[in-house]
Structure formats: structure tokens, C-alpha cells
Design a protein around this ligand. Structure first.
Ligand code: MN
Length: 219
């Protein structure tokens, strides 16, 4: 009689470094163009007055140890290494991780040209690889942030190159949404974004945080 019913899907979660606990993920917000050099490489003015946001579904999360599959409908998948902030009870940042904002750049360019939303370019399946969560204060606010593909450096920057700090991003996001425990915020990427191919090995690091590594699986 109720054969259409199904169990609720599992809650995506991140491992918490140094514990057996997991951080349940409620929502993923992302900041666009938060490093001046990347804003310039995307053809924008880095002196823009306020950060802007887009989102990915929570189930786009890919945890460490899982290899994402090269997505459908693109011929230009890009990597974007990012510092990820985790929101705890009370609405503050309780932890940090290394993330990769995978982007279908060709679909994003088409959406920008048409003035349309970015969902298909940014919020697709397995678009949010993220390493383990380190609790506490950010180990080093000036830490290096890097991404290499097949052992070759592609992105290199420093967290203090951000236009908007994590605290400022949290405040701005809080004006737009009720932030709750379980929310993740991807805080933007430094310059050097570029294409990934099936078989590529990606290693993303931020000094003091658990690294993120994955191989892009062929479709
Ligand atoms: Mn990004």
C-alpha cells in the first residue's frame, strides 16, 4: 500500500581528524572569487564590494578515500583548491578542512554569458571533495594553500591572500542565511585553476590541515 516509501538518504559527513567522530553536513555554501589574482584570471575586478555565494547540495560531498568520477555534460572540468570552514552549534567556525570546488567550467562560462544560474556548473554530483575536519582555531592564518596534479604544482597561494577573511565571510553569509551546525563554507580559490582529465591524481594541501587526495575516475 505504501510501496513507494523509501528510507531517508544517509546524512553526508566528514571524518574529524584525530577522533572516531564524524561531522554531519547540512549544507554547502561557496564563495566566488575571493583571491584577487583568481578574480583577475576569471575576468573580474577583485575590488568588488562584497563576497558573493553559490551552493552545492550536501550530497555532492566526496570524502577522503573516495575518487570522484569525471562528470557528464562537460569537456572542461576544473579544480579549485579551497579552505573549508565548518559551522558548529552557536553559529561559529569550529573546524577547517581542505576542499576542492570541482567546476564544469564550460557550463559556467555559458551560464555567465546567458546571465543564468551556476547550479549545473557548480552543484553537480561529486562536485565537493573535502578532506578530514580539523577542530579548533585555524592552525596558521597565513598558511600556504596548494594543489598539484600528477605531481605538478597548479595552484599555490597563501590564506592571507583572501580578499574576505573566514570571519568576514561567515558574517556576510549570516546576513543571507540562518547558519546552523553542519554548514560548510568553501572560501574561494587562489589563482591557477585549470582542467582535470580522467586518471589525473590530485593532491590538495593547506599547511596544518589534513590533506585531500583523489584520482579522477573515468566515466
Ligand atoms: Mn570556488
Amino acid at each position: 500500500m505504501t510501496s513507494w516509501l523509501f528510507p531517508p538518504p544517509p546524512t553526508p559527513s566528514l571524518p574529524i581528524v584525530g577522533t572516531r567522530d564524524r561531522f554531519p553536513v547540512r549544507r554547502i555554501l561557496c564563495v566566488g572569487q575571493n583571491y584577487a589574482a583568481h578574480a583577475r584570471e576569471m575576468g573580474s575586478d577583485p575590488s568588488r564590494p562584497a563576497p558573493f555565494f553559490f551552493s552545492k547540495p550536501a550530497d555532492a560531498l566526496v570524502v577522503e578515500g573516495v575518487d570522484p568520477t569525471y562528470p557528464a555534460a562537460t569537456a572542461d572540468l576544473h579544480h579549485e583548491v579551497e579552505l573549508v570552514c565548518a559551522v558548529g552549534e552557536g553559529g561559529g567556525i569550529v573546524g577547517w578542512a581542505v576542499g576542492c570546488d570541482l567546476t564544469r567550467r564550460d557550463l559556467q562560462a555559458a551560464a555567465k554569458a546567458a546571465g543564468r544560474p551556476w547550479d549545473a556548473a557548480k552543484g553537480f554530483d561529486q562536485s565537493a571533495p573535502c578532506g578530514g575536519l580539523t577542530l579548533g582555531a585555524l592552525p596558521d592564518p597565513a598558511a600556504a594553500i596548494r594543489l598539484e596534479v600528477n605531481g605538478v604544482a597548479r595552484q599555490t597561494g597563501r590564506l592571507d591572500d583572501m580578499i574576505w577573511s573566514p570571519t568576514e565571510i561567515l558574517a556576510k553569509a549570516g546576513e543571507l542565511w540562518s547558519l546552523r551546525a553542519g554548514d560548510l563554507i568553501f572560501t574561494g580559490t587562489p589563482e591557477g585553476v585549470g582542467p582535470l582529465l580522467a586518471g589525473d591524481r590530485v593532491v590538495a594541501t593547506i599547511d596544518g590541515l589534513s590533506p585531500l587526495a583523489f584520482t579522477v575516475r573515468p566515466r
